[in-house]
Design a binder for this molecule. Sequence first.
Ligand SMILES: [Zn+2]
Length: 239
Amino acid sequence: MVQLELLWQLQKHYLELNRLERKLKDLNKRDEIEEFKVKIHQYEYDLENKKTRLEVNNMKINRYNSKVNQLKYEFKEIENKLYSGKIKDIKQLTYMESESKKIKEEIEKLETEIILLMEEIDKLRNEIIEVEKTYDELKKNLEQIIIDNDSLMQKVELDIKKEKEIIDRISADIDEVSLKKFNKLLKNKGRAVVEVEGDKCTGCYMVVPLSILSKLKYSDSITYCDNCGRILYYKKQEE
Ligand SMILES: [Zn+2]
């Protein structure tokens, strides 16, 4: 194959290699995976929070229950004294009656509180079941995405390896001077070989002079753009 054609092929494979390397970079840090991780973290936090509230409510119920038991005992004591007939003093009787009333009210208040807490516990339990379900699903989804992503990355890595091999093979067939020039252009300008479209260099979009244009059309010699210095390639209509 003529040198110019080889340089053109080399350029095409370098472009493909760039594309694959960009793709691999994107796969390496996929936004979707990051978003999933954030979401899973939020669910973990929510779950932890609900479990703590559940625990606190249970502790409160225990405390209120023992307080109720204690108050019930005190209430019984006062009632026993009141109805034993031993206390004759009106003032003392009145005081004890108001005490007993207070205790009764306190017991009722605590019992209402306990019922409310138990209702909240029921609600929390159901919520925890729901959150755990969603959390498990999310985790499973993330695992699958990571597995798919890994296999996609492996495929792209393999494609990159193949492209590099092709690049080495083509490079081996190009003469040393041209290859050196090519690599320098590639490094400095991103693209070393550019197509001529109509009468324009697609590297810098300047018009290519007629003399160069005819040289490109009728010979295979390596020609550079006057303006950007890139190697020009003109696709001959062979078919
Ligand atoms: Zn140019």
